[in-house]
Ligand binder design. Structure first.
Ligand code: SAM
Ligand code: SF4
Length: 336
């Protein structure tokens, strides 16, 4: 599938739940909590059907997200089924890391190891701070140590890559930039800094909260000296990578959806929300009700394929975040 701007669409990000065991201020603060009714959430069978049709149309990479995907029942069975789909070459998971060290069903095997055994190659773990108290304030939960254990479990399980995602918040975690870089280097993790996006409530993006990637680079350079751009280094997303020469070339990434004007240029991604909407872009109102199609009696794979093509044909050139975009739903339901 190719969109009108010449992007070959090969990546589908799939939210399997809007539920989460944390309450991050910028995503799902306590006061916003309201779950979708269960019957509105796609069943695993429904998601797998969409993925099979997608794979037939050229989807090669799947990232499972949420909400917190590892809270959904029988998630491991689901990952195994995704891994069995012909054409899917790369499966990743985005997680807050709190459950990676747990041992599902008292199996004596960590969730992280089960995921690797189920064919998951990469884990993106969110961590905004190394200070337990500020972790609690940001996420609404006292789970900092669980995440550390989760990262150890992930390392031991042998994921091909583990990325750390840190959301940048002015007056909150600037003091964590240097400790996080050292932590990532010590543990062999690829750290990325993410600009706050207007994907929850409007006041998430208050000026006193927003920290641009440009200011972040300056703060990092004031500690470590000039960064060297690495335009040749690419992962499967919109991050720009830099090397820190004074730290043995340690790589760090910047995901600057708000300030990087080239952010959307290489976007090859679609999103499936947990309630069955296929979206061509995180920062756009456009979405297509795939659930309605899926739940029609006797719907054929060709009809599902036509829905994919319909969405790809409407993929915008770039997101609307800089045009006063206000999401009509929370990121947790879209799948970050
Ligand atoms: N629960 C998992 C986690 O926290 O990684 C997966 C879902 S979460 C919505 C995916 C990513 O979106 C996380 O890295 C999170 O930090 C990021 N995120 C959530 N709200 C955001 C916002 N308002 N701006 C920027 N990133 C955000
Ligand atoms: Fe949950 Fe992830 Fe959102 Fe935090 S960012 S509330 S962990 S879904």
């Amino acid at each position: 599938m190719e969109d009108a701007h010449g992007h070959r669409i090969a990546y589908l990000r799939v939210s399997i739940t809007d539920r989460c065991n944390e309450r991050c201020q910028y995503c799902m603060p306590e006061e916003l909590q309201e779950w979708l009714p269960r019957q509105d959430i796609l069943s695993y069978e429904e998601i797998l059907r969409v993925l099979r049709v997608g794979a037939g149309l050229g989807i090669r990479k799947i990232r499972i997200t949420g909400g917190e995907p590892l809270t959904r029942r029988d998630v491991l069975g689901f990952f195994r089924a995704v891994n069995a789909i012909e054409g899917i070459e790369d499966i990743g998971v985005s997680t807050n890391g709190t459950l990676l060290a747990t041992e599902p069903e008292s199996s004596g095997i960590t969730m992280a190891q089960h995921l690797v055994d189920a064919g998951v190659r990469t884990a993106n773990v969110s961590l905004d701070t190394l200070d337990a108290e500020s972790y609690r304030q940001t996420t609404g939960r006292d789970y900092f140590n669980r995440v550390l254990q989760g990262l150890d479990a992930a390392k031991a399980a042998g994921f091909e890559s583990i990325k750390l995602n840190m959301v940048l918040m002015r007056n909150s975690n600037e003091d964590q930039l240097v400790p996080m870089i050292r932590f990532a280097q010590d543990r062999g993790l690829l750290l990325r800094f993410i600009e706050l996006m207007p994907v929850s409530t409007r006041d998430v993006l208050r000026d006193d909260r927003f920290l641009a990637t440009g200011s972040t680079k300056k703060l990092i350079e004031s500690e470590f000296g000039p960064l060297t751009p690495r335009p040749d280094y690419k992962t499967n997303g919109p991050a720009s990578y830099y090397e820190i020469p004074t730290m043995d070339g340690q790589l760090i990434g910047f995901i600057g959806a708000m300030t990087n004007l080239h952010f959307c240029e290489s976007c090859n991604k679609l999103r499936l929300t947990c309630d069955g909407k296929l979206r061509p872009c995180l920062g756009s109102y456009l979405e297509f009700n795939m659930k309605e199609v899926l739940r029609q009696p006797d719907v054929t794979d060709d009809e599902i394929a036509a829905s994919f093509q319909h969405v790809v044909d409407r993929k915008p050139k770039e997101h609307d975040f800089r045009n006063d975009y206000l999401p009509n739903r929370k990121m947790i339901a879209i799948g970050g």
